[in-house]
Design a protein around this ligand. Structure first.
Ligand code: C5P
Length: 219
């Protein structure tokens, strides 16, 4: 079974997706972390964020792996732990440029389908219901106000020691939404058969429960 959870930055997708996956015993795939890792790689290798050929040459052999741990999921790039690096401002503010490159998307979608192929899975991102797993049995489109999303990101950031003011986060989130929604290849869009959940005034438990009920209806 495939569960696709899409939505804009900070809509709470990954928190909910992880909990749903744990409850159901499914694997979880954070596709945003994959685009973030490609962005960290470009920075480390001195490749421009818009240099499609340069990024593709390095990405082809790049190993991106996820490992569960007590503190949450760890992300490795060719064996190097990049869990923190992929959440840094530099990465967050440039990932939309990298993720808009058509060949990068093609490669990531190929990898994501491979991960989904033989597993019950919860996958979150921007184009899972529309492009990566169009046949997913359950599709969710999560939304929340920019103010709510900036507050959440702020709280997460503070826990990681990143001290960006809320007003800056609001601007950054709005800008990333704009870029992700207007790019030419598979922009952020609600699939026609997705169920929209507005998490602004819901508790995490309520959101998880809503999705579990949708899953149970399909089983
Ligand atoms: O989900 P997260 O905020 O970590 O995603 C980081 C960025 O990766 C997004 O802003 C978007 O540019 C890109 N992304 C994407 N397609 C996905 C997942 C993420 O383009 N399926």
């Amino acid at each position: 079974m495939q569960i696709a959870i899409d939505g804009p930055a900070g809509s709470g997708k990954s928190t909910i997706a992880k909990l749903v996956a744990t409850k159901l015993g499914f694997i979880y795939c954070d596709t945003g972390a994959m685009y973030r890792t490609a962005t960290v790689m470009a920075k480390q290798k001195g490749i421009g964020y818009g240099d499609e050929a340069g990024i593709m040459a390095a990405l082809r052999d790049l190993d991106i792996t996820f490992k569960p741990s007590a503190e949450g999921q760890l992300v490795f790039m060719d064996g190097e732990d990049v869990t923190l690096a992929i959440r840094q401002e530099e990465t967050t503010n440039n990932v939309s440029q990298v993720s808009a490159l058509p060949k990068v998307r093609q490669e990531m979608v190929r990898r994501q389908r491979e991960i989904a192929a033989n597993n019950d899975i919860v996958m979150d991102g921007r184009d899972i219901g529309t492009t990566v797993l169009p046949g997913a049995e359950v599709k969710i489109f999560m939304v929340a106000s920019v103010a709510t999303r900036a507050q959440r990101r702020h709280k997460e950031n503070v826990e990681k020691g990143i001290m960006t003011p809320v007003a800056t986060l609001e601007e950054e989130i709005a800008e990333r939404d704009r870029k992700d929604s207007t790019r030419a290849v598979s922009p952020l869009r609600k699939a026609a058969d997705a169920v929209e959940i507005d998490s602004s005034n819901m508790t995490i438990d309520q959101e998880v429960q809503t999705i579990i009920e949708l899953v149970n209806k399909k089983r």
